[in-house]
Design a protein around this ligand. Sequence first.
Ligand code: SF4
Length: 460
Amino acid sequence: MTNYASEFLNESAEKAFDLDHRRIINYNIGKYDAAVERGLLKFSNLENSKRKAHVIKWKVMENLDKLLPEFEANFQRKGGKVIWANTAEEANAEILNIIKKAGAKSVIKSKSMVTEEIHLNEFLEGNHIETLESDLGEYIVQLLGQKPYHIVTPAMHLSKEDVAKLFNEKFGTPTDATPQQLTLKARELLREKYTSADVGITGGNFLIADTGSLALTENEGNARLTTTFPKIHIAVVGIEKIIPSMSDLDLFWPLLSTHGTGQNLTVYNTILGGPKQEGETDGPEEMYVILLDNGRTNLLAQKDQRQGLYCIRCGACLNACPVYKNIGGHTYESTYSGPIGSVITPHMQGMEDFKHLSFASSLCGKCSEVCPVKIDIHKMLLLNRRDSVEQGFVTKKEVYTWKGWKSGMMKRKMMDMLSGSWKNRLLKFLFRKSYGTNRAIPKVAPKSFSQTWKEENPEQ
Ligand code: SF4
């Protein structure tokens, strides 16, 4: 059985001291920070926009039972088909079913975290369906056999030199190829795949209830090609992605783009309302939306933490997080990394295996500060910690340590019973493992404040 917590600790310790990793991440996040600072200036009242988005998302969660059927009815009216999937297995089985029924052999995909969540690529490859990522970042990590490092920029951990080296090994391009040359090479390789693939699979940034449409937002145009050429389009979308009305995009699109990349608006924004209609020349003959639960209703049932479902996956909290910036995205071993990943993963993949993520935070609050939908992320982390203790996922050693700590802190006599040097020995004994070898455990003063005070003020 995988011990996710100890793997997380080991990998964090390694990554935090990997200077190359730090250099690349600092460089890429530095560029992101500068772009976002400029982008946010375009909002006349950013705080109001964020509040409004928060309220809309709150309403959505309160009315999911009405909005999802509304989307379904409107989408079906235009010939689209909706499939409800409770789990990743159900979603994968339904996708395979559609592919097999059509006699399809190859799939082209555009970037989608939800298909990462259900491990769709591995599943399809295991069933002998050729699956190709068309987003450049995703394509790069697919070539490397890696998972996306970041929910918006999957190859953020790589420098341009790393990508040039990879393309040289795979396709023989020069080792000093520029980003433009590398992009052109990827384009050349991918172009013919759009026209030959039988099925296009995407995620979805928003589902619009009142029109029954799917909104996709991207910078490369690959999602448009993925949804236009193949005869079948399947969109896999989490149930929380619903928004009530088309007019809400007016708010959510700029919030997503500015917080995601600093752009005022992402380059390609597409609204798809179903398969090709009579008389239309473009679009797929069949279009499916798979509405995925996969643990989301567990989170919905947590009144205090359901805010985690408001997330529009902009990635801003990851880029702001001092922990993420040091340990990187792969260390989390979960589809959604960074602060929001730490909030939602324990509810979606199990508290016992993933509770440790909620403890991997300094609780500085920067994540909550930057979130465009005002999720109280650092508070949610505390609530997860509470839940994990209440559910009994805590070691005996920890329980006794805190009991001892509490009694010591409540009674002055007990607190002063040990000298400073004995306290230091005790701390070393208790925390030497969890503190690691790269930093020193803080030293307790030789005498407590109370002892020092009494010595210096004998008359009081
Ligand atoms: S929690 Fe907020 S900041 Fe983080 S990815 Fe989601 S919307 Fe963006």
